[in-house]
Design a protein around this ligand. Structure first.
Ligand code: SAH
Ligand code: SF4
Ligand code: F3S
Length: 482
């Protein structure tokens, strides 16, 4: 590497330091493009939840600033896997990909392969990568994604074959770095990082670190900037948004934050994820009643309907408390759509426990539910519990739960058939020519004939036919002005 690219001294403060590395990398990328006579390309594979999706937008923002062009091609010059480890199958998918990357890199030796995200916070994973996947160039974790430019610079200008940089905890929240959004009109916004709940099955607190809220003024100014840039829907993101503000030195809670976001001009829809039932306050319900922009949808993970199982899961609510909360939500926010997450086969789950879960499903009548087979995660308390449930028993319960959920949600989701609803047009339908796909306030999708110029607008759509989990519709007027 030409020594003119070697930075004399990088600034010690952020974000100045990363901006300096982005600047230096831009030069390196430019020279390489000139040599090749084509642009350098990048490809990010994202696994896992909305947090990772948002992190990938930040990573892509940095890559674009360095001069990389995004592509869908796996033969890109820079390939990054942003990993998830919440269940073992998420892990296995990454190893599957790495197998094929190896042969691609043989044909394309200048390719840079990077791994980041939750899996990389597990020391055994990093050890396995180091030993068995020596073609990987860069490994980093969840706490230092903002350092991508610095790590890439280190790999490209230094002598290390594999740059590994994993932090065991967050050091600082770095604001004001570039972000490249997937959608022009909607965006996730982190309001907090990490999780302190330690549900006994869950690895997230270990890989994402301690709960830490962003300052409200940083969140609000980010949303104002997004609104100025054409965003009309924001999704406030945190593992447990209902405990927002707890670690801040000022007094603020999620309900107050929501009211402030509701005031921001240009924003027309507000969603949030995830709400832990144990922390859902009456103030939040009142804020949802008062704030017209807050969508009529709540994702309220149940995990299990059995109070005994919930206790061993360390969820800190009982079946009765959950059902009471649902009753209150339905009373105070009529028509609200509820969705959930359920785990089947937690250690020691009996048929009676499972029946309690079915009972809650039948009583709540969710719009939809994500169902997961319990996956043993190394280092979590549940992994050491006795009475792990046999696979065939879990599979049988899982199938029965799925049948129940499907039947209920087909009935519930059709309740707005024949009405006209406001819909945010999200994209042109890939499967049906001349059709658009939009989202209702309650998060369901509707497909209807229309012109691509409507993407990013809120329009009135008549829901002509319920198809179980989505609707078919017809446009019922011009775009609705803010
Ligand atoms: N913070 C969110 C969930 C994040 S993980 C919450 O508390 O709701 C998303 C979902 O993955 C969880 O709700 C849970 O249903 C599921 N999950 C987490 N760990 C799991 C495990 N070990 N096995 C199976 N499912 C799991
Ligand atoms: Fe995991 Fe529980 Fe935290 Fe959700 S609240 S991320 S399930 S530990
Ligand atoms: Fe997976 Fe990490 Fe999200 S483990 S679910 S990507 S916080």
């Amino acid at each position: 590497m030409d020594s003119s690219f070697i930075m004399e001294e990088a600034p010690g403060t952020e974000p100045e330091r990363q901006l300096a590395f982005i600047h230096a990398m831009r030069e390196i990328v430019r020279v390489r493009c000139d040599e090749l006579g084509r642009p350098l390309t990048c490809r990010i594979h994202t696994f896992g939840c909305q947090m990772n999706a948002r992190d990938s937008e930040k990573l892509l923002g940095i890559l674009e600033q360095m001069g990389y062009q995004p592509t869908e091609d796996d033969d890109a010059d820079f390939v990054l896997y942003n990993t998830c480890t919440v269940r073992d199958n998420a892990n296995q998918k990454v190893y599957g990909h790495l197998g094929s990357v190896k042969s691609r890199k043989r044909k394309h030796p200048d390719m840079i392969v990077a791994l980041c995200g939750c899996m990389m916070q597990e020391p055994e994973v990093v050890e396995r990568i180091r030993k068995s996947y020596s073609f990987v160039d860069i490994v980093f974790g969840t706490h230092n994604i903002y350092r991508l430019a610095e790590l890439l610079y280190r790999r490209m200008t230094g002598s290390e074959q594999m740059v590994i940089d994993i932090w065991d905890k967050a050091r600082d929240i770095v604001e004001e770095l570039p972000v490249e959004r997937k959608y022009a009109f909607k965006s996730g916004v982190n309001i907090m990082f990490g999780c302190d709940n330690f549900c006994s099955y869950c690895i997230v607190p270990y890989v994402r670190g301690r709960e830490c809220s962003r300052r409200p003024e940083d969140i609000l100014s980010e949303i104002r900037r997004l609104a100025a840039d054409g965003v009309i829907e924001v999704m406030l993101l945190g593992q447990n948004v209902n405990s927002y503000g707890k670690n801040l030195d000022i007094s603020i809670d999620f309900a107050t934050l929501l009211r402030e976001v509701d005031q921001i001009e240009g924003i027309r829809r507000i969603r949030f994820m995830t709400s832990h039932p144990k922390d859902l306050s009456d103030d939040l319900i009142r804020a949802m009643q008062d704030c017209a922009k807050v969508c009529r949808h709540l994702h309220l993970p149940l995990q299990s309907g059995s109070s005994q199982v919930l206790k061993r899961m360390n969820r800190r609510y009982t079946k009765e408390q959950y059902l009471d909360l649902v009753e209150k939500l339905r009373r105070e926010l009529p028509g609200i759509s509820l969705t959930t997450d359920i785990i089947v086969g937690f250690p020691g789950e009996t048929e009676e426990d499972f029946q309690e879960t079915l009972d809650v499903v039948r009583k709540v009548r969710y719009d939809s539910a994500f169902t997961f087979i319990y996956s043993k995660r190394t280092g979590t308390p549940a992994a050491a519990m006795e009475d792990q449930v046999p696979d065939d028993v879990i599979q049988d319960r899982f199938n029965r739960l799925l049948d129940e959920i499907r039947q209920i949600s087909a009935e519930v989701c059709g309740r707005d058939e024949g009405t006209v609803q406001e819909v945010l047009v999200e994209n042109v339908n890939d499967h049906q020519e001349g059709y658009l796909t939009g989202r209702l306030s309650n998060n369901l999708l509707v497909h209807f004939p229309g012109d691509s110029s409507l993407v990013g607008n809120i329009v009135s759509v008549s829901l002509t036919k319920s198809m179980g989990f989505y609707y078919m519709g017809e446009l019922a007027g011009a775009p609705i002005a803010p």
